[in-house]
Design a protein around this ligand. Structure first.
Ligand code: SAM
Ligand code: TMP
Ligand code: ZN
Length: 411
C-alpha cells in the first residue's frame, strides 16, 4: 500500500495548509542559451502553504540548492543604483551601531558581488562573505572583499568560528528566505555569533506581498515569506529573540529583522507594534491568505486580457527587466513571445539568452529604443522609479508603461 504524506513545516514539523498554486515553474534564474535543449529544462511545482503550528509561510516543494546557486548564478546585486545606495547606508549603520568594539568582525551570508561588504572593507573592518555562487563571489574578491564560496550552514559556521573567531554581526539580505534548512543555519549562528552579537537580516515581507498582490515575490529561491510573527517563533525555537524590526521600501517592501540571544537585549517597541499590526490584519489567518490567492487569479486574468487586446490591436509590447520574479508571472499567466516580443535587461549574463520557461528573448537595455515599443511591461516594477527616470524618451515618444502591482494598470 502506498501513501502520500502532505509536506510538513520545514521549521516546526506541523502540517502545512496550501493556499496558492502557481503551477509548473522553471528555475527563476536559469536563462537558456539559444541552442539549449528545451526538453532538459528543469521544472517544479510552485505552491505555497502556511504552517498550522508556527504560521511560517513556505513553498510546498523544495528545489535542490545546487540547481539554483551555481558558478553562473546571474543575479548581480550592484546592477541597481538604488540598491547600491541602500547597501552602502546599511553597512554604515552597522559600522556605527554594532561594529564599534575592539577588532570587530562581520559575516555576511549571500554577499553576492560584494555590494554591502565593500563599504565594510573600505572602513578597514574584518569581514567575511559566504556565498555558494562562485561567479558573483569572484566579482566581490576582485574588489578586495574576503569571500568563502560555500553554503552557510552549521558546518561552515563552525569552520569560520575556528578560523576567524566569533562575529559581532551576522548579516544577510535577500538570502535567509532562500534557505529551507534553517535548523542548520541557526545551529551555525549559535556557533559563530559572539555572546552579545546580533543576526540582522532583511527579506521580502509577507505583509507587503499580501497588501500589493505582489505574488511574483514567490519563486523557487524565495522558500520562505516571513512575518514578524513567524520570525519571532523561529527565533525562539533556536534560543534567539526578535529584538528589532524595520520596514524597508526596497524590492517592493521588506522587513529588516534583528535577532539577539534570548534575554540579551531589550526588544525595541517596534517589535510589539508590528506584531500587533499583523494580528489586527489577520495576516497569518487562512481567510486572509485565501483572499490573496483569489486576487492573484484575478491579476492573471486582467494581465492576459490586456496583453491579448494589445496584440490584437497590433501594438508592440516588450518587457523591461528580466527579473527572477518575472519567471513566476510569465509562466503562471502564459506570457510567451506572441504577447511580449522580448525583455530588455542590463545584465550581460542574461542578454542573448531566453527567459526560463516562457522563453522570451533577453536583449540589452539599448534595444528598448530601437525603436521604442508602444507598451513596456515593467517586470522590474520594484525598480520603477529608477527605470522611468532613465527612460524619459519612451513616454515622450508616446509609449506607455504597464504594471501589475498592486493591480494591472497602464500608467
Ligand atoms: N545579498 C545580496 C542582495 O541582497 O542583493 C544578494 C541576494 S541574492 C538574491 C541571494 C544570494 O544568496 C545569492 O548570491 C546566493 O548565491 C546566496 N545564497 C544562497 N544560499 C545561500 C546559503 N546557504 N548561504 C550563503 N549564501 C547563499
Ligand atoms: P531584481 O528585481 O531582482 O533586483 O532584478 C532586477 C533586474 O532588472 C536585473 O536583471 C537587472 C534589471 N534592471 C535593468 O535592466 N535596468 C535597470 O535600470 C534596473 C534597476 C534593473
Ligand atoms: Zn511551522
Amino acid at each position: 500500500m502506498t501513501s502520500t504524506t502532505a509536506p510538513a513545516c520545514r521549521v516546526c514539523g506541523a502540517s502545512l495548509r496550501e493556499f496558492l498554486d502557481l503551477g509548473r515553474q522553471p528555475l527563476s534564474d536559469a536563462f537558456l542559451t539559444p541552442d539549449a535543449d528545451p526538453s532538459e529544462e528543469f521544472f517544479f511545482h510552485l505552491a505555497v502553504g502556511h504552517c498550522t503550528g508556527c504560521t511560517m509561510v513556505q513553498l510546498m516543494e523544495e528545489v535542490p540548492r545546487e540547481k539554483m546557486f551555481r558558478e553562473d548564478y546571474p543575479y548581480h546585486s550592484s546592477g541597481s543604483s538604488v540598491m547600491r545606495a541602500h547597501f552602502t547606508a546599511t553597512a554604515r549603520g552597522l559600522l556605527d551601531r554594532e561594529l564599534t568594539g575592539e577588532d570587530p568582525f562581520l559575516v555576511e551570508l549571500g554577499c553576492n558581488d560584494g555590494v554591502m561588504l565593500d563599504t565594510v572593507r573600505q572602513a578597514g573592518v574584518r569581514h567575511l562573505g559566504v556565498d555558494p555562487s562562485a561567479g558573483v563571489g569572484d566579482v566581490a574578491r576582485a574588489k578586495g572583499v574576503r569571500v568563502r564560496t560555500a553554503f552557510f550552514e552549521e558546518a561552515t559556521a563552525r569552520e569560520i568560528a575556528a578560523e576567524d573567531g566569533r562575529a559581532d554581526v551576522v548579516y544577510a539580505a535577500n538570502t535567509l528566505c532562500h534557505i529551507p534548512y534553517l535548523d542548520s543555519v541557526f545551529r551555525g549562528l549559535d556557533a559563530v555569533l559572539a555572546p552579545g552579537g546580533v543576526f540582522v537580516f532583511e527579506d521580502p515581507y509577507l505583509g507587503d506581498i499580501v497588501e500589493r498582490t505582489s505574488y511574483d515575490q514567490i519563486y523557487d529561491e524565495h522558500f520562505y515569506l516571513f512575518t514578524a510573527r513567524s520570525v519571532a517563533a523561529l527565533a525562539e525555537r533556536f534560543g534567539f529573540e526578535l529584538v528589532d524590526v524595520e520596514r524597508l521600501p526596497v524590492h517592493g517592501g521588506e522587513v529588516r529583522y534583528t535577532l539577539a540571544r534570548a534575554g540579551a537585549r531589550t526588544p525595541a517597541p517596534a517589535v510589539a507594534a508590528l506584531l500587533a499590526e499583523e494580528a489586527e490584519r489577520g495576516l497569518a489567518e487562512p481567510e486572509t491568505l485565501d483572499a490573496f490567492a483569489t486576487r492573484v487569479a484575478r491579476s492573471r486574468e486582467d494581465l492576459l486580457a490586456l496583453l491579448t487586446r494589445l496584440r490584437d490591436e497590433g501594438r508592440t509590447v516588450v518587457a523591461y527587466g528580466a527579473t527572477a520574479k518575472s519567471a513566476t508571472v510569465a509562466n503562471y499567466c502564459g506570457i510567451g513571445p506572441d504577447l511580449v516580443s522580448f525583455v530588455c535587461d542590463t545584465t550581460p549574463a542574461k542578454q542573448g539568452r531566453l527567459t526560463p520557461g516562457a522563453h522570451l528573448p533577453v536583449r540589452p537595455a539599448t534595444a528598448f529604443a530601437e525603436p521604442h515599443p508602444d507598451y513596456a511591461l515593467l517586470f522590474a516594477w520594484n525598480h520603477a522609479e529608477e527605470i522611468m527616470a532613465k527612460e524619459p524618451a519612451f513616454t515622450a515618444s508616446g509609449g506607455h508603461w504597464i504594471t501589475y502591482v498592486p493591480e494591472v494598470r497602464v500608467l
